[in-house]
Design a protein around this ligand. Structure first.
Ligand code: GLC
Length: 474
């Protein structure tokens, strides 16, 4: 396909009426608008056009999946001091290289990750095939600095791919463009001959990854320092990737927009119609970091997952295996707790669509699937003195949601299936009544609420309607 930029108009002509309609209405699978053009560019390339035309179909599984496992594993795991140690501590290359000789992971450690991901309810995995340190975890003809030719003596990416597939999980490859080890990795910024060599090396490694492991579902580029997308020849890079893997999805970190945005360590929904995935660590480090004990709680993870789903996004949650490949016990414990919750409450996460939920206190997260609202009550009200006093009006424990702009038909607890009684003073408040004193589930209790229309929540918008403002709303 031609790499020249083509105009929006000629793209629409190419796509025909159906393509143009999907494009302009901005709706696609799961309420996303995967045919949206790349951001910021009025002109876009033939590769962009091809990606846009197939995006809805390529990304359908990913939108439904919602939850993935990120794996940062490499020589830095041997050091156990964060994956940036080489740069941050100024470790000379010859010294750092020694770790390649002393990297002896146990066989098939990836099976442990894949089983853990499965138990945790994660539907895809993304492993570091090469991080900034430059060490290739896979077999390559382009360098000896790779797992089969060093300490491990085998292709660790192949083991990972096989392990993920054995558990029915989709397979993603992380690949860092930035390379602290390659002699041209920094020189390429100022030396054109070095740039050409380094770009050929980079494209060559990506070609091997896209050729030697069967069908790959996600290509997750990282850090495009020190070159511009033009210098990386990112258009040509993506074109090659799609030629080799027509169904793959790619992120936006080779300087192009790709298929999805990648907010890091925070949750930020992209603008309507743009797919996004928050990546996040379980503690404060991506690579194994022996001393890092800042573990997030299962409650925080479940809440983050729901927040991502509420905004139509995905959550890619990281593990940093030890040098032998085993997963830190704390990570296993957290992920198992999340998986137990998802076993019961998966309906409230998978296949949900972006919703409109505004202005509510942090007691609950909300997700929705069509006209069904899921209230994820994080801080169960229990019976406080105030609640006892309120029970004069409403007996039992009450969960109250202000500003729900949809008529409720029924409600039930996902944990027990028990129907929940309710009263509604639409759109001022929904009161779910007669609930158990103790939270029925942990880390959050989900109440499934069937509505007659899309359950939009706008707690700010109803402020003028409250009787205490004495506003005539007739
Ligand atoms: C950053 C870091 C890197 C990590 C990545 C994950 O780019 O440099 O260490 O792999 O984020 O998103």
């Amino acid at each position: 396909m031609e790499m020249d930029a083509i105009s929006r108009r000629s793209f629409l002509k190419h796509m025909g009426v159906a393509g143009a309609l999907a494009y302009s209405t901005g709706t696609g699978a799961f309420g996303q608008a995967p045919t949206q053009p790349p951001t910021g560019n009025s002109e876009f390339s033939a590769t962009d056009a091809m990606q846009a035309a197939t995006r809805a179909q390529r990304m359908a599984w990913w939108h439904a999946a919602k939850f993935g496992m990120f794996i940062h594993w490499g020589l830095y795991s041997v050091l156990g001091q964060h994956e940036w140690a080489m740069e941050a501590e100024g470790i000379p290359i010859p010294q750092y290289e020694l770790m390649a000789k002393h990297f002896h992971p146990k066989p098939n450690a990836a099976r442990e990750w894949a089983r853990l991901a499965k138990r945790a309810g994660q539907k895809y995995m993304v492993m570091t095939t090469k991080h900034h340190e430059g060490f290739c975890m896979f077999d390559t003809k382009l360098t000896n600095y790779c797992a089969p030719k060093q300490g491990p003596g085998r292709d660790l990416v192949r083991e990972y791919v096989e392990a993920a597939r054995a558990e029915g999980l989709r397979v993603g490859f992380y690949y860092s463009l930035m390379d602290w080890h390659h002699p041209d990795g920094a020189l390429c910024k100022t030396d054109e001959a070095a740039r050409k060599r380094f770009v050929a090396y980079t494209h060559g490694l990506i070609r091997e990854l896209m050729t030697n492991y069967g069908k790959i579902d996600v290509l997750w580029y990282d850090v495009d320092w020190p070159l511009t997308p033009e210098q990386w020849e990112s258009e040509r890079m993506n074109q090659m990737v799609f030629e080799l893997q027509p169904e793959i999805i790619v992120n936006n970190r080779n300087g192009l927009d790709g298929d999805f945005s990648t907010p890091e360590q925070h949750i930020q929904a992209a603008k309507m119609g743009r797919a996004w995935e928050t990546c996040m660590t379980l503690n404060d480090s991506w690579g194994y970091n022996r001393g890092d004990d800042s573990w997030k709680t299962p409650k925080a993870i479940v809440s983050n997952l729901a927040t991502c789903a509420a905004g139509g996004g995905n959550y890619l949650l990281n593990i940093g295996p030890k040098p032998d490949g085993s997963v830190p016990a704390e990570s296993v414990e957290i992920l198992d707790a999340v998986g137990k919750w998802l076993d019961i409450n998966g309906k409230a996460i998978y296949q949900t669509q972006r919703g409109s939920f505004a202005g509510h206190p942090p007691n609950a997260n909300f997700t929705r699937n069509g006209n069904t609202l899921y209230i994820h009550e994080k801080y169960w009200p229990g019976v406080t003195p105030a609640a006892q006093w309120l029970s004069f009006f409403q007996p039992g424990v009450v969960v109250a949601i202000g500003g729900l702009k949809a008529k409720v038909k029924s409600a039930r607890l996902l944990k027990t299936g028990q129907n929940v009684t309710f009263s509604q003073d639409e759109p001022l408040h929904l009161r779910l009544t007669g609930l158990p004193v103790e939270a029925p589930d942990s880390p959050s209790t989900v109440i499934e609420v069937e509505c007659e229309s899309e359950p939009i929540i706008d707690a700010w918008g109803i402020v003028p309607l409250w009787p205490r403002y004495k506003v005539d709303i007739s």
